[in-house]
Design a protein. Sequence first.
Length: 129
Amino acid sequence: MIENIRKLDHILSSSQKRAVMGLGVMILIGGLLETIGISAILPLVQAVIDREGMLENETVRRVLGWFGFVLTEENFNQFILILLGLIIGIIVVKNLFILVLTYVQARFVNTNQFRTVSYMLEEYLNRPY
Protein backbone atom coordinates (compact mmCIF):
# COMPACT_ATOMS: atom_id res chain seq x y z
CA MET A 1 0.00 0.00 0.00
CA ILE A 2 2.81 2.39 0.85
CA GLU A 3 4.39 1.59 -2.50
CA ASN A 4 1.14 2.54 -4.26
CA ILE A 5 1.04 5.84 -2.37
CA ARG A 6 4.62 6.54 -3.47
CA LYS A 7 3.65 5.84 -7.07
CA LEU A 8 0.72 8.23 -6.78
CA ASP A 9 3.02 10.81 -5.23
CA HIS A 10 5.24 10.54 -8.29
CA ILE A 11 2.40 10.62 -10.82
CA LEU A 12 0.18 13.37 -9.38
CA SER A 13 1.08 17.05 -9.46
CA SER A 14 0.74 19.22 -6.37
CA SER A 15 -2.59 20.64 -7.58
CA GLN A 16 -3.90 17.13 -8.15
CA LYS A 17 -2.80 16.10 -4.66
CA ARG A 18 -4.69 19.07 -3.20
CA ALA A 19 -7.74 18.06 -5.22
CA VAL A 20 -7.51 14.51 -3.83
CA MET A 21 -7.38 15.92 -0.29
CA GLY A 22 -10.38 18.15 -1.02
CA LEU A 23 -12.28 15.18 -2.42
CA GLY A 24 -11.43 13.19 0.70
CA VAL A 25 -12.87 15.92 2.91
CA MET A 26 -15.98 16.15 0.74
CA ILE A 27 -16.45 12.37 0.93
CA LEU A 28 -16.19 12.51 4.74
CA ILE A 29 -18.78 15.30 4.86
CA GLY A 30 -21.02 13.30 2.52
CA GLY A 31 -20.78 10.27 4.80
CA LEU A 32 -21.62 12.42 7.80
CA LEU A 33 -24.66 13.86 6.00
CA GLU A 34 -25.78 10.34 5.05
CA THR A 35 -25.55 9.31 8.70
CA ILE A 36 -27.49 12.36 9.87
CA GLY A 37 -30.16 11.79 7.20
CA ILE A 38 -30.72 8.20 8.25
CA SER A 39 -30.60 8.88 11.99
CA ALA A 40 -33.08 11.75 11.67
CA ILE A 41 -35.83 9.29 10.80
CA LEU A 42 -35.70 7.57 14.21
CA PRO A 43 -37.20 10.47 16.23
CA LEU A 44 -40.12 10.69 13.79
CA VAL A 45 -40.82 6.96 14.02
CA GLN A 46 -40.53 7.10 17.80
CA ALA A 47 -42.92 10.06 18.00
CA VAL A 48 -45.52 8.31 15.84
CA ILE A 49 -45.26 4.99 17.69
CA ASP A 50 -45.02 6.28 21.29
CA ARG A 51 -46.96 9.54 21.53
CA GLU A 52 -47.20 9.50 25.34
CA GLY A 53 -43.52 8.71 25.76
CA MET A 54 -42.61 11.65 23.53
CA LEU A 55 -44.90 13.99 25.47
CA GLU A 56 -43.27 12.96 28.77
CA ASN A 57 -39.64 12.91 27.55
CA GLU A 58 -37.67 15.61 29.40
CA THR A 59 -34.90 15.78 26.82
CA VAL A 60 -37.39 16.46 24.04
CA ARG A 61 -39.10 19.14 26.15
CA ARG A 62 -35.77 20.81 26.92
CA VAL A 63 -34.61 20.84 23.29
CA LEU A 64 -37.96 22.17 22.09
CA GLY A 65 -37.85 24.78 24.87
CA TRP A 66 -34.67 26.20 23.34
CA PHE A 67 -36.72 27.01 20.25
CA GLY A 68 -39.68 28.34 22.24
CA PHE A 69 -41.92 25.37 21.45
CA VAL A 70 -43.93 23.77 24.25
CA LEU A 71 -45.02 20.23 23.39
CA THR A 72 -48.61 19.47 24.44
CA GLU A 73 -51.32 17.05 23.37
CA GLU A 74 -53.00 19.81 21.34
CA ASN A 75 -49.97 20.74 19.23
CA PHE A 76 -48.49 17.24 18.88
CA ASN A 77 -49.58 16.97 15.23
CA GLN A 78 -47.87 20.30 14.56
CA PHE A 79 -44.73 18.88 16.17
CA ILE A 80 -44.90 15.83 13.88
CA LEU A 81 -45.26 18.09 10.82
CA ILE A 82 -42.28 20.22 11.92
CA LEU A 83 -40.23 17.08 12.47
CA LEU A 84 -41.24 15.75 9.06
CA GLY A 85 -40.33 19.05 7.39
CA LEU A 86 -36.97 19.06 9.14
CA ILE A 87 -36.24 15.53 7.95
CA ILE A 88 -37.24 16.40 4.38
CA GLY A 89 -34.97 19.47 4.53
CA ILE A 90 -32.05 17.40 5.80
CA ILE A 91 -32.53 14.82 3.05
CA VAL A 92 -32.78 17.50 0.33
CA VAL A 93 -29.58 19.23 1.51
CA LYS A 94 -27.81 15.87 1.75
CA ASN A 95 -28.87 14.86 -1.76
CA LEU A 96 -27.79 18.21 -3.20
CA PHE A 97 -24.39 17.83 -1.56
CA ILE A 98 -24.05 14.25 -2.84
CA LEU A 99 -24.99 15.49 -6.34
CA VAL A 100 -22.22 18.11 -6.23
CA LEU A 101 -19.79 15.54 -4.82
CA THR A 102 -20.57 13.10 -7.63
CA TYR A 103 -20.02 15.84 -10.22
CA VAL A 104 -16.69 16.89 -8.67
CA GLN A 105 -15.52 13.26 -8.48
CA ALA A 106 -16.44 12.56 -12.11
CA ARG A 107 -14.75 15.76 -13.28
CA PHE A 108 -11.61 14.93 -11.30
CA VAL A 109 -11.43 11.38 -12.65
CA ASN A 110 -12.04 12.40 -16.26
CA THR A 111 -9.58 15.29 -16.17
CA ASN A 112 -6.83 13.25 -14.57
CA GLN A 113 -7.45 10.27 -16.82
CA PHE A 114 -6.98 12.54 -19.83
CA ARG A 115 -3.82 14.08 -18.34
CA THR A 116 -2.35 10.68 -17.52
CA VAL A 117 -3.04 9.23 -20.97
CA SER A 118 -1.62 12.35 -22.64
CA TYR A 119 1.49 12.22 -20.46
CA MET A 120 2.05 8.52 -21.15
CA LEU A 121 1.57 8.99 -24.90
CA GLU A 122 3.97 11.93 -24.95
CA GLU A 123 6.58 9.95 -23.01
CA TYR A 124 6.16 6.98 -25.32
CA LEU A 125 6.45 9.06 -28.49
CA ASN A 126 9.53 10.92 -27.25
CA ARG A 127 11.51 7.76 -26.46
CA PRO A 128 14.42 6.91 -28.72
CA TYR A 129 14.17 4.00 -31.09
